[in-house]
Design a protein. Structure first.
Length: 542
């Protein structure tokens, strides 16, 4: 830590997405000396980095924004599911309204941190990404606002480095843009990012080869353009939508239905499902039947409904079993459900070829082709790696932060993530998470958690200040309880039956475990409230 001390802060917030912005604004208003360090050149978090063609949000606009009236009163959305560029503009608008940038250090990547037991402060080393210069910061608190997808996952495919064309991960797409027009494009991966980039690439590419390992049980987005009148109408509903979020499982303006799918007649069940499909978006999932996530028979009913609806759209017979198999590969809805716009029709186009890598894996990449196990050479100009992230924990384990036991997160999380309440980890005093491991995280709409969970974090910091405490650390017994509680909740669900990033199963060598708190946002908030009422004595050493 022999670099120049640049500044001393009460709070250092790492990451400038929804969570980081909320923390900066609120803490600053409360009189803390606080800054965001952000590796990118702008605010927005994933929306800054994921600039691939077609990137857009799967949450509908009314609840994909901050709830403060001052921020939504004059802001109009142009689409129900806004695209990445519009979301970047939204962050610029919020920045201007709240005058955030004066307290943000952009292009600043935090590399390392050490805790001083005498002063109860963190000393952190950061690098200016443009100049390469490194400097030191001291902060009483470090608040991690790293999101679920800050560390891209690059596949370990032999020869990938020998490819002489262009190759981009969706989360590291050139910010200045890249034109796929007229090119032979390969997309590896069919998750949320893959689907979106495939949809756009198919419109302009000379030829598109899609490498699919697992079919995506995607739902129709039902995108629609929004005019001024639509926005004016929507704004009348915002206060109620925002107020409802805290009572829901996933932080949306709707929640699971009360009925069990099996208790309904086939006619009634289909009526409800048809209505959910018409509403579009994620409603058939997070506004549908909760039991589907617990009961295999219930799940099979929903899968069959999805399969039959989807099959009607697949015009190439040889693709039917690959895209919407007779039997599900995994239960429906326990791997992230994506939203699509004509995705299934697009895969049937003449300029698109689907390669099933579960049966015919990628063997290697050469200078100009992707070669599959059967020896076929798929010659391409561009490879798009839509292969996802080392999700939820990847941001933390990438930083050389060592706590009181001189261990990094990479070391501490080797056997699985460990936190008390999804807020802090033993051995890392004064380091707190919003949207961290073992919190609702990816099970919660981002802006909702940024505000509602974020507010609890601010309460913790306020509790410290009001009581003159200078050190807070997770208690080992609280951490053990929280991990066991999450494991117990998870074991009652069907989530372990999918090889998904929710379970850390997408990263070779990563412990397979539920990375989020799966009890739902409303219950999580109640638990945090109870902890606050008890002065956090059970959860933290103060
Ligand atoms: O990543 P993913 P993502 N060889 O992990 C495949 C959010 N998000 O970037 O399923 C071959 O979901 C992998 O195959 P399989 C959202 O929460 C939101 O798409 O593991 N294939 C899979 O198909 C989302 O869930 C939005 O068998 C390989 C794909 O790559 C999360 O981010 C938009 C492979 C990875 O899918 C992550 O989504 C975008 C290999 N070696 C993202 N490695 C919106 O809100 C991986 N795959 C719209």
């Amino acid at each position: 830590m022999n670099t120049t001390l640049l500044e001393e802060l009460d709070v250092l917030v790492i990451g400038g997405g929804f969570s980081g912005v909320y923390q900066l604004d609120r803490l600053r208003t409360l009189g803390y000396n606080v800054k965001i360090y952000e590796a990118g050149t702008g605010l927005g978090g994933v929306w800054h980095w994921n600039s691939y063609p077609g990137a857009r949000v799967d949450t509908w606009a009314p609840v994909y924004q901050f709830s403060r009236e001052e921020l939504w009163r004059d802001w109009n959305w142009s689409e129900m599911y806004p695209g990445r560029d519009e979301l970047v503009r939204y962050f610029e608008y919020v920045d201007e309204k709240l005058d955030l940038s004066k307290d943000v250090r952009y292009e600043t990547r935090v590399l390392a941190g050490r805790f001083d037991e005498e002063t109860h402060t963190w000393t952190l080393v950061s690098r200016n990404e443009r100049t390469g210069e490194e400097f030191t910061t001291q902060a009483r608190f470090v608040i991690m606002c790293l999101g679920a997808g800050s560390k891209p996952l690059f596949p370990n495919i032999p020869g990938l480095e020998k490819f002489e064309g262009d190759c981009f991960h969706t989360a590291r797409w050139p910010l200045e843009g890249y034109d796929l027009a007229g090119k032979r494009v390969a997309v590896i991966g069919t998750g949320a990012s893959g689907i979106q980039v495939i949809q756009e690439a198919s419109k302009v590419a000379d030829h598109l080869t899609v490498f699919q390992r697992t079919p995506n049980t995607a739902l129709p987005m039902n995108q629609r353009a929004l005019g001024e009148a639509d926005n004016a109408e929507m704004k009348k509903t915002y206060p109620e939508r925002f107020a409802n979020r805290k009572n829901t499982w996933a932080g949306f303006d709707y929640d699971f239905l009360k009925e069990n799918i099996q208790d309904l007649t086939e006619e009634r069940r289909n009526e409800i499902l048809e209505e959910l499909w018409t509403n579009g978006g994620l409603q058939p999932w997070l506004g549908g039947f909760l039991n589907v996530l617990f009961d295999k028979d219930d799940n099979d009913i929903l899968y069959a409904f999805w399969r039959d609806k989807t099959r009607q759209r697949i015009t190439r017979p040889e693709l039917v079993e690959l895209l919407a198999p007779t039997e599900p590969i995994h239960p429906w809805g326990v791997k992230r459900v994506s939203l699509e716009q004509n995705y299934f029709e697009i895969l049937c186009r003449d300029n698109v070829k689907l390669v099933d890598t579960s049966a015919n894996p990628i063997r290697e990449v050469t200078s100009d082709a992707i070669v599959t196990a059967d020896g076929t050479r798929h010659e391409v100009d561009v490879i798009v790696l839509a292969t996802g992230f080392d999700s939820v924990t990847g941001g933390l384990t990438a930083i050389d932060i060592r706590g009181t036991r001189n261990e990094t997160f990479e070391e501490v999380f080797r056997g699985g993530s460990r936190t008390a309440l999804g807020k802090a980890t033993v051995g890392f005093p004064n380091l707190l998470y919003v949207y961290g491991p073992q919190s609702p995280n990816a099970f919660c709409n981002g802006p909702t958690c940024a505000e509602l969970e974020g507010e609890h974090l601010i309460q913790i910091v306020e509790h410290m200040r009001n009581n003159g405490y200078t050190r807070i650390e997770a208690k080992p017994e609280a951490q053990q309880y929280w991990g066991a509680h999450i494991a117990e909740l998870t074991s009652a669900t069907l989530f372990p039956l999918a090889k998904s990033w929710y379970m850390g199963a997408n990263v070779p060598g990563k412990t397979v475990e539920m990375l989020m708190y799966p009890g739902g946002l409303s219950v999580y908030l109640e638990i945090l409230e109870k902890a606050a009422a008890g002065g956090y004595q059970e959860q933290f050493e103060l």
